[in-house]
Design a protein around this ligand. Structure first.
Ligand code: HEM
Length: 151
């Protein structure tokens, strides 16, 4: 059972859905609903991070168990996903800070980048999950750096 990765991937998807609806509603001019939806999206992103980091610390990450010929592709894709997620997190925090400081012109500019980045981060996260657990049986748990660099 890969219960923790399933939970954390589900949280990413839920978060992206909230951000998409949050964007839709601010374009429609509904500020109060935008705020609620975006804060909920941020909470789910935070829940993802807590579950993901707890598992990484206590159990390690899962090794890719697909065909040898796909390992390099997986490694590159995983690195791309991790970079995207980290950049999105920095943008996410900046966007929230700008909103709470009521610097809405900047918030609007940065927010568009944040929401777009998150729309890419979530599907790449799902694809990592599919490659790791659905298409091929999940491999052994190994320390995080071993998994990232394919050691
Ligand atoms: C990480 C969470 C958030 C993201 C990703 C986000 C994203 C966005 C985006 C993309 C826009 C511009 C929409 C467009 O014109 O295409 C926007 C505008 C806006 N957001 Fe957020 N938002 C977030 C959180 C918040 C929060 C917490 C508040 C309230 C405190 C807020 C208040 C506003 C307001 C008032 C605008 C309109 C600004 C203007 O018309 O100049 N947002 N946001």
């Amino acid at each position: 059972m890969h219960i923790f990765p399933t939970i954390s991937t589900t949280f990413i998807v839920i978060s992206a859905i909230f951000v998409a609806f949050g964007w839709y509603h601010i374009v429609k001019g509904n500020e109060a609903l935008h705020k609620k939806l975006m804060i909920t999206g941020a909470v789910f992103a935070l829940l993802f991070f807590i579950v993901y980091m707890s598992r990484t610390i206590f159990e390690g990450n899962t090794e890719f168990n697909g065909p040898e010929g796909m390992k390099l592709f997986y490694q590159i894709f995983l690195t791309f996903h991790i970079i995207l997620a980290t950049v999105s997190a920095v943008f996410g925090i900046t966007t929230l800070v700008l909103a709470f400081k009521e610097k809405f012109a900047k918030h609007r500019k940065i927010g568009r980048i944040t929401a777009t980045l998150w729309m890419f981060t979530a599907p790449t996260g799902v694809l990592v999950y599919v490659l790791l657990y659905i298409l091929y049986p999940g491999g052994m748990s190994k320390p995080m750096l071993d998994v990232i660099f394919g050691w």
